[in-house]
Unconditional design. Structure first.
Length: 134
């Protein structure tokens, strides 16, 4: 699973995800891509599950680029812990994504195979996604 090697601060504030993506909103590396259609978080487990689904479908053909990285620590308090007592410990890492962000790109395979591979990957995410062609 993906997580940062080193962080300046162990815990972060939640923040808000507003607006449309300006950075990373165009296909740069491959011929086909998967674009997020709503704001939200994609955690490291979802990225890993989608990566495995695509690799399993592609076998040896084609190349894949993952354009996002889970760098934001998400904290969680233990079960049945009373209110107060400070912020909980880091539970997992996530990547905040804005609407229009390209998350995965594929190249080197025909369009129908790319469409099916990215459909399998999109099933792993909790956000709405759309298939794009360069």
């Amino acid at each position: 699973m993906l997580f940062p090697k080193k962080l300046k601060y162990r815990k972060q504030c939640k923040g808000r995800i507003k607006g449309v993506a300006r950075k990373g909103s165009f296909i740069n590396f491959g011929s086909y891509g998967l674009r997020v259609e709503e704001n939200g978080y994609i955690n490291a487990r979802q990225i890993e599950a989608s990566r495995r689904a695509i690799i399993r479908y592609l076998r040896k053909g084609g190349k894949m680029w993952i354009r996002i990285f889970p760098h934001k620590p998400i904290t969680r308090k233990g079960q049945e812990v009373p209110m107060g007592g400070g912020k909980g410990s880091v539970d997992h890492y996530a990547c905040p994504v804005k609407e229009g962000r390209i998350i995965i790109e594929i190249d080197g395979i025909p369009e129908d195979k790319a469409r099916e591979a990215l459909r399998k990957a999109s099933d792993k995410f909790s956000l709405k996604t759309k298939f794009l062609k360069k």
